[in-house]
Design a protein around this ligand. Structure first.
Ligand code: C2E
Ligand code: MG
Ligand code: MG
Ligand code: MG
Length: 289
């Protein structure tokens, strides 16, 4: 037993670390049953056009409520899900629920909006993703142009996987969905590679956005990303907009869309519905696609 190991184990593994590991194991065990127990729920955060101030899309953000641990952040359980292979099932659940929800809003007569769904790196590495997206679109009846998939910059520009990535993106584009590069600016993107990727949008990472009006350098980075997007004819959105001056700056620099607490926090479907009733406007996809 561990008692017999005495001193050594304590020097290698402090009680705090032990507790961490135990907690992680416990959370992982709960994670296995979270789907069947109905512990997941999607929240939706509006994305606003700076030109019209209308809601043009929402990002689906996963929430996990567990009776023992309370609400657990995706920053904690998504990495765990990736390590344990559970991300496949969870990712499928998210995609299905998000598409069904978006179609339900349209069926209810609300103006159609884009639904952004985050893809974990692991999901993107699986070729079966293409067939699954196709199936979900077919089964939910959602028009593909109202689905956007977010992959992180690190997934998109991985040098070793460039050929694979390009092919996957091409196949997704053939289905009619759009692609956004999440957390843009945090990796060292090869612009040459970025140029030839079939993508639709850059999403400026909030670490730069939140330093607007505090750091000239971060402002310069934000401006540069916006210009890059314009020059590559991509849509550009800023995330983590919390303050009026950040919004004003982004509007002035002609950032197409913004997402952040300044306008709305992520919220349950029912709450968003009320807001859509009042604020949303038909998204003229013909112009965009
Ligand atoms: P992300 O995709 O970059 O999502 C944006 C995160 O920023 C969300 O955190 C959102 O709630 C938060 N946020 C939005 N506006 C503001 C703001 O004005 N200020 C601040 N401080 N934060 C803001 P959240 O929901 O905790 O998600 C964290 C990350 O977890 C996401 O980052 C994404 O990488 C991952 N994630 C969430 N849901 C999913 C999912 O369904 N699948 C996968 N694979 N990953 C997910
Ligand atoms: Mg995202
Ligand atoms: Mg992001
Ligand atoms: Mg992020």
């Amino acid at each position: 037993t561990s008692k017999d190991n005495g001193k050594h184990q304590y020097t290698l593994c402090s009680p705090e670390i032990k507790e961490e590991v135990l907690k992680k194991t416990k959370i992982t065990n709960h994670l296995y049953r979270a789907i069947e127990r109905g512990e997941f729920v999607l929240y939706y955060q509006p994305q606003i056009s700076t030109a019209s101030r209308e809601i043009v899309g929402v990002e689906a953000l996963l929430r996990w409520r567990n009776h023992e641990f309370g609400v657990i952040s995706p920053k904690i359980f998504i990495p765990l899900a990736e390590q344990t292979g559970l991300i496949d099932a969870i990712g499928k659940w998210v995609l299905e629920v998000a598409c069904r929800q978006n179609k339900a809003w349209q069926n209810a007569g609300l103006p159609p909006i884009r639904m952004s769904v985050n893809l974990a790196a692991e999901q993107f590495q699986d070729r079966k993703l293409i067939g699954f997206v196709n199936k979900v679109l077919y089964e939910t009846g959602l028009d593909a142009r109202y689905l956007e998939l977010e992959i992180t910059e690190s997934t998109a520009v991985d040098k070793e996987k460039y050929k694979y990535t390009t092919q996957m993106l091409n196949e997704l584009k053939e289905l009619g969905v759009s692609i956004s590069i999440d957390d843009f600016g945090t990796e060292y993107s090869s612009l040459g590679r970025l140029k030839s990727l079939p993508i639709d949008q850059l999403k400026i990472d909030m670490q730069f956005v939140q330093n607007i009006s505090e750091s000239k350098k971060d402002e310069a980075i934000v401006k540069t990303i916006i210009q890059l997007a314009k020059n590559l004819e991509l849509n550009v959105i800023a995330e983590g907009v919390e303050k009026e001056e950040q919004y004003e700056f982004l509007k002035k620099e002609r950032c197409d869309e913004i997402q952040g607490y300044f306008f709305y926090k992520p919220m349950p479907a029912a709450e968003l519905e009320g807001i859509l009733h009042k604020h949303s406007k038909r998204l003229d996809m013909e112009v965009k696609l």
